[in-house]
Every structure is written in structure tokens, then in C-alpha cells.
Ligand binder design. Structure first.
Ligand code: ADE
Length: 221
């Protein structure tokens, strides 16, 4: 899979791309990530990419031309690339969207910054995504969130067993897990997990998933 990220702040992605599972996925070529600093597409003096809003009001607004030109370069190579805008007024991001996106060959994530972006930028996009009901300073963190959630689902990136029972796969949260020590400050590992009875362990885990979901996220059930 290929993910192109259009951003004015490519350095923000350094840690994300160079650690742990994402770093390994890139090394194995499970994913190709290309950071596109769209300031390079500005034709204005000082490489300006934003301007004041028509009608007045505070803040600066991202102009459409550098985004358009950056996208045209990508589309020339691959007309099928799916373009996704990071915006707090997009559709709320969910695991089921990650599962659909992971099957695409090529996605382009556009990160806005500043007060807002020219409304016409929306016409260049196939989809708009919000990662939650709060406003961030830009789309870079959402682009990392979305990339991370997709990359970990790609074949061979993490072991399949860790993906099977995890939260949200079937509208239930994950079951509780424990490791050594068996007892810590009076808190004990449930006996059933030490029993060696796999059928009983499976049944207990399923029961715990339902209990936890009912208590914490009844909206999922
Ligand atoms: N840009 C700023 N806030 C955002 C959010 N919550 N989701 C996606 N993009 C954003």
C-alpha cells in the first residue's frame, strides 16, 4: 500500500515513521509512505500557501492552488489514488473505516493547518475524516492516527492472533490481559487464566468482553 501525506510540517512525522511497528512495516515494504511538503508547490513570494479570508474575520486560510498542484502530480502517476481530507467536520473515524481503507492501493491524506482551508479544497477530495469532536492545530496528528490504524492491519505487519479479538472488531471491547507476577500488591491474576483449560479461558474472555462493553461502551452493543 502507498500513503502520500500532504503537509506543511513533514518533520512532525519523524518519530512516527522511525519507531517500532511502523518503522518495520516500511522496512518490509508493507507500506510506502511519501511526505509531500506542498509549500514547494506555492507560486507566490515567500512560498506563501495561505491568505486572509474573504468576508473578513480572523486567521489565515489555506489556498487551493498548492494543494491542487500537489494532487495533480500524484494523480498523473496514479489516477485511482483516493484523496482524504483531515478535518474536524469530516465523518467520525472508526475501526470499520480503517478496515475498508487498508484494502486500497493508494491513499492521499491532506493535512490542513492554520484557521481553516478554502472550501473549494473539499471538491478535490473523495472523503473527509475527523478523528474526534475536538479541534487540533492541524491535520498531521489525524494523518498519523489514520495511517497507524491502517498500517497495523496490513498483511504481515503484526501477528494475526493479536488482531482477532481486539476491541471494535465485532462491536465488543477487548478482554483483560495479565502477565507476571501472579500477584502484585494484593491484586491477583484470575485463577481461570492459570487453569490451563483453554475452553474455559476462551469462555471467560468472551464473558469479560461483554461485561466490559456493557459497563463502558453500551453504545457499541
Ligand atoms: N484537523 C483539526 N482537528 C481535526 C480533527 N479532530 N480531525 C481531523 N482533522 C482535524
Amino acid at each position: 500500500m502507498r500513503i502520500d501525506i500532504l503537509t506543511l510540517f513533514p518533520n512532525m512525522f519523524e518519530g512516527f515513521l522511525n519507531e517500532s511497528i511502523i518503522k518495520r512495516a516500511i522496512a518490509k515494504e508493507s507500506v510506502i509512505i511519501k511526505l509531500v511538503d506542498f509549500r514547494k508547490y506555492s507560486k507566490l513570494s515567500n512560498n506563501q500557501v495561505d491568505d486572509t479570508p474573504y468576508g473578513g474575520g480572523g486567521g489565515m486560510v489555506l489556498r487551493i492552488e498548492p494543494i491542487y498542484d500537489a494532487l495533480m502530480d500524484i494523480k498523473k502517476e496514479d489516477p485511482d489514488a483516493k484523496v482524504i481530507l483531515m478535518t474536524p467536520d469530516g465523518i467520525p473515524y472508526k475501526q470499520e473505516i480503517a478496515v475498508k481503507l487498508k484494502d486500497l492501493k493508494h491513499i492521499v491524506l491532506i493535512c490542513g493547518h492554520y484557521e481553516g482551508f478554502d472550501e473549494r479544497i473539499r471538491s478535490l477530495c473523495d472523503m473527509e475524516i475527523s478523528i474526534g469532536d475536538y479541534v487540533l492545530t492541524g491535520g498531521e496528528l489525524p494523518a498519523m492516527v489514520i495511517s497507524d490504524s491502517i498500517i497495523r492491519l496490513l498483511d504481515g505487519v503484526i501477528t494475526d492472533t493479536s488482531l482477532v479479538n481486539e476491541s471494535f472488531n465485532d462491536k465488543l471491547l477487548d478482554y483483560p490481559t495479565y502477565t507476571k507476577p501472579q500477584e502484585f500488591m494484593g491484586m491477583k491474576v484470575p485463577d481461570i487464566l492459570l487453569s490451563g483449560d483453554h475452553a474455559k479461558v476462551d469462555a471467560w474472555r468472551e464473558e469479560m468482553r461483554k461485561k466490559k462493553t456493557k459497563e463502558r461502551r453500551p453504545d457499541l452493543m
